[in-house]
Design a protein around this ligand. Structure first.
Ligand SMILES: O=C(O)CCC(=O)C(=O)O
Length: 210
């Protein structure tokens, strides 16, 4: 059950509104705005300048190709993660990441031990259709996804094509929780856009089960 607001020592806003997003074969929930306006602006600036952003590469048709975004992986020691041949050893939590993790754990009543941070520099940066269903995330992965900066569209498509694609705009300071069987039954992506858009940071908190 979500705690009553506000909670002393937590960052999140007294005005936060929680809404369930209707979806078949999964569970989606949105909190908005998560932080006060000042806190969210400060967090965006801090993360932009202090996280250890890296440009990873993937093998596509036998060629090393840069992925269309920057990323960084932070977590508890041992929370090793990887996908598509990219190994991500965890960096130690920064103070800002630990504080926002605690806020998100309080509001969602879930525990997380790692975060994949994505930095979308402009509309040409993206993440293509995938499920966060690596074995180290367990049976029904719970992913808490905080959006900061420019609004981008988040899309979900059913793996068996049973339902229409869901399109959600994720504005600055929005927390999306994907749980239940969402990762089993739905893929998600952030498509490229031709619109002139500025940078966006997305933090996806996860629980690696070793
Ligand atoms: O940027 C987003 O909102 C989604 C990121 C994502 O799909 C991922 O990190 O697995």
């Amino acid at each position: 059950m979500a705690p009553s607001l506000p909670i002393e020592g937590s960052l999140f806003e007294a005005q936060t509104v929680k809404s369930d997003i209707p979806i078949e074969d999964g569970t989606l929930c949105l909190w908005q705005p998560l932080l006060s306006s000042d806190e969210s602006e400060t967090l965006f600036a801090q993360l932009s300048s202090t996280l250890n952003w890296r440009q990873d590469e993937m093998m596509i048709a036998g060629k090393r190709t840069p992925i269309p975004r920057l990323q960084a992986w932070y977590g508890d020691a041992g929370s090793q993660y990887g996908y598509s041949g990219i190994a991500l050893p965890p960096l130690s939590w920064t103070k800002a990441l630990l504080q926002i993790k605690q806020t998100i754990e309080t509001i969602t009543q879930q525990r997380f031990n790692s975060v994949l941070a994505n930095y979308y520099r402009n509309g040409q940066d993206s993440v293509s259709w995938h499920q966060d269903n690596e074995p180290e995330l367990g049976q029904n992965p719970i992913i808490a996804s905080l959006s900061l900066g420019e609004t981008r569209q988040f899309q979900l498509r059913h793996t068996k094509g049973k339902y229409p694609t869901i399109k959600l705009n994720l504005p600055h300071n929005t927390l999306l929780l994907m749980s239940g069987s969402t990762q089993k039954n739905w893929q998600h992506q952030i498509p490229k856009t031709k619109k002139a858009v500025g940078p966006r940071i997305n933090l996806t908190f996860r629980l690696i089960q070793n």
